[in-house]
Write a protein that binds this ligand. Sequence first.
Ligand code: SAH
Length: 228
Amino acid sequence: MKNKATNKPAVTEYADTKAQVLQRQALVENIAANGITDVNVLTAIGKLPRQFFMPAGTEADAYTDKAFPIGEGQTISQPYTVAYQTQLLRVHPGHKILEVGTGSAYQAAVLAMMGAIVYTIERQKKLYDRAMHFSYLQTLPGLHFCHGDGFEGWPDEAPFDRILVTAAPDTIPPALTTQLRPGGILVAPVGAKGLQRMIRITKGEDGQLTEELFEHFSFVPMLRGKVE
Ligand code: SAH
């Protein structure tokens, strides 16, 4: 049911059925079986109803471990991928985290569920607007939204303890490593379509950057400029 005046989903739509709770538990077990060991990541995914983040009418697909189209040519990331990136990020409660690519806001909500303060940027106005008016997110503290270009980061809020990029740039944007606090960690899928590799960058206390390479993934490209 939609509220016609605002086109926002009615609060009654945020129902988590017993079946969905069980499906979510099975999804978490599947992610754990695939090698995710960070209990805080698994707990957050186990608590967060992914069906709330799916386009209307597609809620039945919420607990298949797959990416899903959310409009504007974008996707809600695969739960395993969300878990993988979040585990690499080594999140602690209270961390100030910059996310590039709000999309459905599912990843941002996972980080907020883990007790982080999240600053998330989206270049597409429609997706930013949707996240801003998504009433379920108002139940999670510590989420901040920006309509902007992630290549520039969020200078007014820097430095960040953690930076998570959820669209793939060809190379790590320099503004992002600049906005990373010494001792901080950045995780991003880097490379051209079909050839992306997950990269973790750690900034030493002396400012020196160390790069580690992980598995291959498939993300939408990180594009320049914002779209109205
Ligand atoms: N984190 C999202 C995944 C979204 S897919 C989720 O949990 O659903 C990647 C998103 O990055 C898309 O919404 C895309 O519009 C956005 N994006 C791509 N390039 C960007 C940029 N330069 N700045 C901000 N967002 C960007």
